[in-house]
Write a protein that binds this ligand. Structure first.
Ligand SMILES: [Zn+2]
Length: 141
């Protein structure tokens, strides 16, 4: 374990890995294991928007688009939040969160982060993750 959570996710258990290619990875992270919450990250350690190369960033849009579609399909969410602060971990990454239709107004936007402590449920998060992983790997009709 390092002091960089996104780097440590490289060693995540297979059940927590939702998507991987040579450059990008998406996992369910310990401590952020709320159903419908994921971490999308550059696999190598690079900091902020200046860190990734243009080539690496060219894959970010398509991966994000596919991930958002799979999350919304798997969860019935009406949207997908992509949040990146770079505050605790400067490693280029996003917290990707399914935004359910029933989310109370006072939890919308960045306020959803306050739900983390109460909504953590690893088993349920892994179940949702398995559905998202399936949708990302299923052949398109
Ligand atoms: Zn890192």
């Amino acid at each position: 374990m390092s002091d960089c959570l996104p780097c440590d996710l490289e060693a995540a258990e297979s059940s927590a890995i939702i998507y991987r290619d040579e450059t990008w990875s998406c996992e369910i992270a310990d401590g952020y294991d709320v159903p419908g919450w994921f971490i999308l990250r550059l696999r190598r350690h690079a900091e902020g928007w200046a860190g990734p190369t243009v080539e690496e960033l060219s894959g970010f849009g398509p991966v994000s688009q596919k991930l958002a579609a799979a999350i919304q399909s798997a969860t019935g969410a009406i949207g997908t939040y992509f949040m990146s602060f770079g505050e605790n971990y400067p490693h280029f990454h996003f917290l990707v969160i399914a935004r359910g239709a029933d989310l109370p107004p006072d939890s919308r936007g960045a306020a959803i982060l306050a739900r983390r402590a109460d909504d953590r449920d690893l088993a349920a998060a892994l179940t949702v993750g398995a559905s998202v992983r399936y949708l990302l790997t299923a052949p398109t009709p």
